[in-house]
Design a protein around this ligand. Structure first.
Ligand code: DAT
Ligand code: MG
Length: 139
């Protein structure tokens, strides 16, 4: 059974959308098999976002992601990686399709980094790597 790492970012937690995000994942038919609320420190975020190092939005991204608590989730189900990316919608919330988490619940805030409520792993390799970062004790 496939697993993916979902993060509810600080904007989602601040806006009390934890239940809404979990509800959409569960309503789609996936199972939540791990959950952890935490304040992500810089080292964990550097590790998680290593692929974006050097990009103009990298520092704002790390600052935003450490600006408040996040909720890390492991969701499970056949093709959940692709399925959650589909539920989340496009990276840019302005153009994310209505019906998606980002399309329904986020918009451009005029910040240097896009604030878009959720993260979802983009491949089996990323999911394995990212789950190990946020759930180092296993799940
Ligand atoms: P995604 O989260 O859809 O996988 P990503 O991995 O390319 O997108 O980028 C990670 C996060 O960084 C993304 O959720 C929001 C932010 N971001 C991406 N591209 C950006 C850009 N061009 N300008 C500002 N923020 C950006
Ligand atoms: Mg990504």
């Amino acid at each position: 059974m496939e697993r993916t790492l979902v993060l509810i970012k600080p904007d989602g937690v601040r806006r009390s959308l934890v239940g809404e995000v979990i509800s959409r994942i569960e309503s789609k038919g996936y199972s939540i098999v791990g959950v952890r609320m935490m304040n992500a420190d810089r080292s964990i975020l550097e590790h998680h976002y290593a692929e974006h190092q050097g990009k103009p939005f990298y520092e704002p991204l790390l600052e935003f992601m450490s600006s408040g608590p996040i909720v890390a989730l492991i969701a499970e189900g056949n093709r959940v990686i692709e399925g959650f990316r589909s539920l989340a919608g496009a990276t840019d919330p302005t153009v994310a399709a209505p019906g998606t988490i980002r399309g329904d619940l986020a918009r451009d805030q005029g910040t240097k980094v896009v604030q878009n409520i959720v993260h979802g792993s983009d491949s089996v390799e990323s999911a394995t790597r990212e789950i190990a970062i946020f759930f180092p004790e296993g799940m």
